[in-house]
Design a protein around this ligand. Structure first.
Ligand code: HEM
Length: 446
């Protein structure tokens, strides 16, 4: 309830070791072999029912489905529409245009006064996912504001997050205060809004969304059917899963780099070398840009919390303990990404650990343990289906930002305290703001 779960579990691992029983029915696991066993391909450790309570939709969607026989076909259908090759062919220019607009809005605000990059990176991420999911732009980067659909969706996520941890609060839905009722009864509004996604997915002309291909593929192969309610749910899922994650990651990336003038200068110089009409493929070749993104995922990953799974029938031996069947075992990236046995000086933001040394020595992040432990996008069959979209957005946003906003500084009101993590499955900066500026009188340390 106080948004501290992952940090508290991490402190328990530091005190008691890699296997900690955190409730009568749940064990927190920070042992690498156990992690591999729980998340390996074909695993029998399935997602726990916690996910379905979290989403609270009328039907399960890709994120909440438990049975692999149900999840597998749905995953296959969505994966094609979110594959790197499909995105490059159909959506790269949309992502690029939105990033360009977002960076120009940031620059405008930062020149006049201060720009809140948390606000702008969130709008970018929701404009991108909403455009893909609905097939038309929500134009939020133009207006500088989230529209009603996104505002209600955020309330829905907040209510779900509270109810999953404290189910008793479901009773709030009966409190006759409109503002409270609105928070706990927004499903209906969302599904009415998501009708537009269904309409455009099924339209034979005009703008298309990613679900047009999903429907086409499902009809073609008769494999994994998808009805209108599924489209509504998956469209909402894509926006929920793809907004705060990408927005928060870009916010922490900006913050981490602007605190280090030497790194900022090196990154500005690297992206300045890009050709005028650079593409995502050009960005793949930039070592520092990609290293900065990976290091942000390691230390400030947006989804670092417990991924709860259930011990299968017969129980299992994990981390030297027998764990009975039905127990929840949860692993958290927050702890694996800070393990001092895997990462040198683990609490320091050091992108160079991702780059091979000039003498040809391997990058620290290339060690087998680091490769296994690093999982900002989850693991195995349940890893993030939006990974290529997220990576494309992050690369473009980083490149355009550090090309266009050279020498920009953190605002005076943005400090390590305001950027401290708050954790409700995802993490966000406590202040929900991150200010940057060109104005000397507004800068940190002036
Ligand atoms: C930096 C950005 C992102 C991060 C850090 C992130 C992280 C994650 C993580 C950790 C999981 C696994 C959750 C679990 O096992 O409980 C996941 C799953 C998922 N993500 Fe992302 N995500 C990001 C962006 C996106 C985007 C842009 C989309 C939009 C398509 C998306 C859609 C999904 C979906 C649908 C799943 C469920 C996949 C399944 O269960 O098969 N994510 N993500």
């Amino acid at each position: 309830m106080t948004g501290q779960r992952s940090f508290y579990i991490h402190s328990l691992h530091e005190k008691y070791g890699p296997m900690v029983r955190i409730s009568p029915t749940e064990v927190a696991v920070a042992d690498l072999d156990a992690f591999r066993e729980i998340h390996k391909i074909g695993t029998k450790y399935l997602k726990s029912e916690w996910y379905q309570q979290l989403a609270n939709f009328p039907k399960a969607g890709i994120f909440t489905m438990i049975d692999p026989r149900e999840h597998g076909p749905r995953r296959k259908l969505l994966s094609r529409s979110f594959s790197r090759s499909y995105l490059l062919e159909h959506w790269e220019s949309t992502v690029r245009e939105k990033v360009v607009l977002c960076v120009s809005q940031i620059k405008k605000d930062a020149t006049k006064d201060v720009a809140d990059v948390y606000h702008w990176w969130m709008l970018l991420a929701s404009d991108v996912t909403a455009h893909l999911a609905f097939g038309e732009s929500f134009n939020m980067l133009q207006t500088g504001q989230a529209n009603e659909f996104i505002r209600v969706l955020k309330k829905l996520i907040m209510a779900a997050g509270i109810m999953v941890e404290a189910p008793i609060l479901r009773l709030f839905r009966f409190v006759p205060i409109p503002a409270v009722q609105e928070i706990f009864n927004c499903n209906e509004y969302i599904f009415r809004g998501a009708d537009r996604a269904v309409e455009l997915a099924r339209s034979r002309s005009g703008e298309k969304n990613v679900f047009a291909k999903v429907i086409e593929d499902s009809e073609k192969e008769g494999e994994g059917t998808i009805d209108d309610m599924d489209v509504r749910i998956e469209a909402s899922n894509v926006i929920i899963a793809g907004t705060d994650t990408t927005g928060v990651t870009m916010t922490y990336l900006t913050w981490a780099v602007l605190q280090r003038p030497g790194l900022q200068k090196a990154l500005e110089e690297e992206v300045a070398q890009l050709p005028e009409r650079f593409t995502e493929n050009d960005l793949l070749d930039l070592p520092l840009l990609n290293a900065v993104i990976e290091e942000t995922h390691r230390l400030y990953g947006a989804a670092p919390s417990s991924l709860p799974r259930i011990v299968p029938q017969g129980g299992s031996q994990l981390g030297g303990y027998y764990i009975p069947q039905g127990t929840t075992v949860s692993t958290q990236a927050y702890t694996f990404h800070r393990d001092g046995k895997i990462w040198s000086d683990p609490l320091t933001f050091n992108p160079y650990r991702w780059i091979a040394s000039k003498e040809g020595g391997p990058a620290e992040a290339n060690s087998p343990d680091a490769k296994l432990a690093f999982h900002p996008f989850g693991v195995g069959a349940r890893s993030c289906v939006g990974i290529h979209l997220a990576r494309m957005e992050l690369r473009y946003a980083t490149a355009f930002f550090f090309r266009e906003c050279k020498g920009i500084k953190l605002g005076a009101r943005t400090t390590p305290e305001t950027m401290e993590f708050e954790n409700f499955f995802l993490v966000t900066p406590k202040s929900h703001r991150c200010e940057i500026t060109y104005r000397k009188d507004q800068m940190l340390g002036q």
